[in-house]
Design a protein around this ligand. Structure first.
Ligand SMILES: Nc1ncnc2c1ncn2[C@@H]1O[C@H](COP(=O)(O)OP(=O)(O)OP(=O)(O)O)[C@@H](O)[C@H]1O
Length: 366
């Protein structure tokens, strides 16, 4: 699958721009604040109906404008897909596929799989466990339609159970039969989520290890561990055992909402003991593993968006990454960087064709 052309009107710092893209590597190059990442985000928006960086749609509209439009023509399984998206202030966003409206926006998601690697991803390492659960949930949802439904069901019961515990503490009355119903529902969804996460991590971890090793050589020893209370004990028993504690703390203290991913380098948490370059390499390997599993599930190559990817990586790692790109391990790739000559040189040295775009203050020059 690849994006043949992209147009934006009033999107972030662009008034109007159109790009004809290569089906191999495309590089958006320019100074800080020029609008390179904004182009990646426009592609992300077109594929996944939302910005990668900012959940508020109206903030993607160019300052002082009332709407934005993004259009793109994709070649997918030998067919052309014309996707158009428009957002007006205070109105629902609209997506069209080959000029037809979607009955549900959710029907669009999954059509154009995509993986973004961005400096913002460092939150997966440095922030709390919620960021890591969000990462794993996003990756599983992209390939498993039922997973998101289970997550929604689980979170709904969790909110209700916590409200019950809080109300019981406030009123002194404890509705045991309602709690048992919630526990049953929580156990049913929680078990399914746990089984899917466990199976996913079993497939994901060796792919991650192999990408990390390729990128960094054999010297660094990293570990990726799925941590869940359910690995030791089933959720039914857990909920029963923690019932008294939950009453005192007025919230549900066990379940899959406590799951986490642990990241180690040489036996130590990478958050505290990894250099910026090592953390970045770890994140790239995580995202490339996501790419590989997505490709396996879809049967074709997703788009790969690499924002500011050379920053903090040493020359050897840059070369390895570009080797992966040039081996056509990935299909269409988009790269951003501030150094026009640097990127031109890297690709010339590797004898990899690349389409270079000069970006300056919301203007594109191919
Ligand atoms: N809604 C908007 N209206 C106008 N400008 C916006 C809007 N949203 C973002 N911008 C501007 O777009 C500019 C370019 O942002 P972008 O993140 O694409 O830069 P970049 O070229 O990737 O820079 P860097 O190299 O620093 O990462 C920023 O200066 C930002 O203020």
């Amino acid at each position: 699958m690849h994006l043949q052309q992209l147009s934006v009107i009033n999107f972030k710092n662009y008034t109007e721009a159109g790009l004809l893209l290569s089906d191999g590597v495309n590089a958006f190059l320019g100074d800080n604040g020029a609008g390179k990442t904004n182009l990646l985000d426009a592609i992300h928006y077109l594929a996944l109906c939302k910005s990668y960086f900012n959940p508020i749609d109206s903030q993607q509209i160019k300052q002082d404008a009332d709407f934005f439009i993004i259009t793109g023509t994709f070649s997918r399984n030998g067919q052309t897909e014309a996707i158009a998206c428009s957002v007006k202030r205070n109105q629902k966003k609209q997506f069209k596929r080959n000029k037809k409206d979607y009955p549900r926006l959710a029907d669009h998601i999954g059509l154009l799989p995509l993986v973004m690697v961005s400096p913002n991803d460092v939150s997966i390492i440095v922030e709390g466990s919620e960021e890591r659960r969000k990462f794993i949930d996003n990756v599983i949802s992209q390939t498993d339609n039922g997973y998101l439904d289970e997550l929604i069901a689980y979170n709904k019961v969790l909110i209700n159970r916590n409200a019950l515990l809080k109300a019981a503490a406030d009123t002194g009355r404890y509705d045991q039969s309602l709690l048992e119903i919630f526990d049953e529902q929580l156990t049913s969804s929680g078990k399914k989520i746990f089984e899917k996460r466990k199976a996913f991590m079993e497939a994901f971890t060796p792919v991650f290890n192999s990408h990390y090793r390729f990128l960094t050589g054999e010297a660094e020893n990293v570990e990726l561990i799925y941590e869940s209370q359910l690995l030791q004990i089933d959720l039914e028993t857990l909920l029963r055992k923690s019932a008294e504690k939950d009453k005192v703390l007025e919230r549900t203290t066990c379940g899959v909402h406590k799951d986490d991913l642990l990241f180690y380098i040489h036996g130590m948490p990478i958050k505290k003991f990894g250099s910026q370059g090592q953390q970045k390499s770890f994140l790239i390997a995580l995202k490339l593993a996501q790419y590989t599993l997505l490709q396996q599930a879809k049967g074709f190559k997703p788009l790969l968006l690499l924002d500011d990817v050379f920053d903090k990586l040493d020359d050897k790692r840059v070369e390895k990454l570009m080797q992966m790109v040039s081996n056509h391990d990935f299909g269409q790739v988009f790269i951003t960087d501030t150094g026009y000559n640097r990127v031109k040189q890297i690709f010339e040295d590797m004898q990899v064709p690349v389409k270079l775009f000069k970006i300056a203050q919301g203007e594109v020059d191919a």
